[in-house]
Design a protein around this ligand. Structure first.
Ligand code: ADP
Length: 393
């Protein structure tokens, strides 16, 4: 009987999923990919099959599908009827925070759940939803094995010295340290490099994950040695709606001089800043690139400038640079942004190959001391692989 792995990625108002078939040998294939968005407002389910053909598009009243448990039941109902004769062997979850404890994915047990709940204060906007999805599966099928895969785990190889903030030492012990995120994406890229670019896989590589959330990771021989994100996913690069690295004094100023509440500042930093805040137009890079507006140009310029600054910092951590790899929505799809970033990185020895860049690489440089690449990421497949491995499927 065909065995399946379900991968879940639960956000505050969405539940994304991918269903993979497990073969006795070889890589798994995604046979269904979809999401319910608008939980709590206007829930809508969209599902495609492995070839990208639409297999469902349904909309409900917000009362009908209000939380993750109900969303999961709808998804389970649809998948059960479509994949009759197959058996669901396990569920893999994207869990944002593994805290200081977890450097690898783990099989979910009641004890592990209690520990993961301890990390809710470290990621209050994401962790509760990730754990809610685990509980929702437990309710529907208590005996189904579940695996938690952490966005922080890949960065646990970073040296201790890289994990500190300059706060009194006891804050480090209380968990206020640099963790880094997008780890599943970086792990996928690290795993793909030896086949695509064997000459650089063992070297000093900076990966730029440029999506609506954006970060960069410095890798030495495929292991994380530095990242632009730190204690939270607010740090580092300019993002779709987040400002990235900024002077912490600004938060004090907003609290003390402008009288903003913590909640208002949270909203400003997570939802109203970044490309959206600077441009005043939107957070979608495609829209900004197509715009003639001066503020759209400013937002793009600043986005690229910040990538350049971070690249310099990470190259310093690595003691030089052998390659720069672009991935995620903007990194994989925008030749223009890649070109701007590579031009700015000429001092590191990157010489862009414009024709290769236009067609998407994978190698988009020629000659030069350092090379540049485009590699699609696949966080869902990374979670499915971990789940398969831990469940020995
Ligand atoms: P996430 O998974 O973090 O939501 P993605 O990795 O899917 O994000 O990236 C989303 C971003 O990718 C959006 O800002 C979108 O504008 C951008 N993007 C997608 N396609 C293109 C493109 N062809 N050119 C420029 N930006 C693009």
């Amino acid at each position: 009987m065909e065995r399946l792995i379900l991968v879940l990625n639960a956000g505050s108002s969405s539940l994304k999923f991918s269903l993979f078939t497990v073969r006795t040998a070889g890589e798994m294939d995604a046979v269904a990919v979809g999401q319910i968005e608008g939980l709590g407002t206007a829930p809508r389910l969209k599902v495609k099959d492995g070839a990208g053909e639409r297999i469902a598009d349904e909309q409900w009243d917000k009362g009908e599908v209000s939380g993750h448990a109900q969303a999961l039941q709808r998804i389970a109902g649809l998948l059960r009827s479509r994949f009759q004769g197959s058996v669901l062997a396990g569920v893999g979850h994207r869990v944002v925070h593994g805290g200081p404890d977890y450097a690898a994915p783990l099989l979910v047990t009641p004890e592990a759940m209690r520990r993961l709940e301890d990390f809710i204060p470290l990621a209050p906007l994401h962790q509760p939803h990730n754990l809610a999805a685990i509980r929702a599966v437990q309710e529907v099928q208590p005996d189904l094995p579940q695996v938690a895969c952490f966005d922080t785990a890949f960065h646990q190889t970073q040296e201790r010295v890289a994990q500190f903030y300059g706060l009194p030492y006891e804050y480090f012990e209380r968990g206020v340290r640099r963790y880094g995120f997008h780890g599943l994406s970086y792990e996928y890229i690290a795993g793909a490099l030896p086949a695509v670019a064997p000459a650089i896989a063992g070297g000093r590589v900076v990966v730029a994950h440029l999506g609506s959330g954006a970060s960069m990771c410095a890798m030495r021989a495929g292991r994380s040695v530095g990242s632009s994100m730190g204690f939270t996913a607010l740090d580092g690069l300019l993002m779709g709606t987040r400002p990235g690295n900024m002077d912490p004094g600004i938060v004090l100023y907003l609290l003390q001089q402008e009288g903003m509440s913590a909640k208002q500042i949270e909203d400003l930093l997570y939802k109203r800043s970044g490309l959206l805040g600077l441009s005043g137009i939107g957070n979608d890079m495609r829209v900004l690139l197509a715009s003639e507006d001066a503020r759209a140009r400013l937002a793009i310029e600043h986005f690229v400038y910040r990538i350049g600054r971070e690249l310099g910092a990470l190259a310093a951590v690595l003691g030089g640079l052998d390659a720069l790899v672009f991935t995620a929505g903007i990194g994989e799809n925008s030749a223009r942004i890649r070109e701007l970033v590579c031009e700015q990185a000429a001092w590191l020895g990157i010489e862009i190959d414009r024709a290769a860049n236009e067609t998407g690489g994978p190698c988009i440089s020629r000659g030069g001391k350092a090379s540049a690449w485009v590699l699609p990421t696949n966080e869902e497949l990374m979670i499915a692989r971990h789940t398969r491995h831990l469940l020995a499927l």
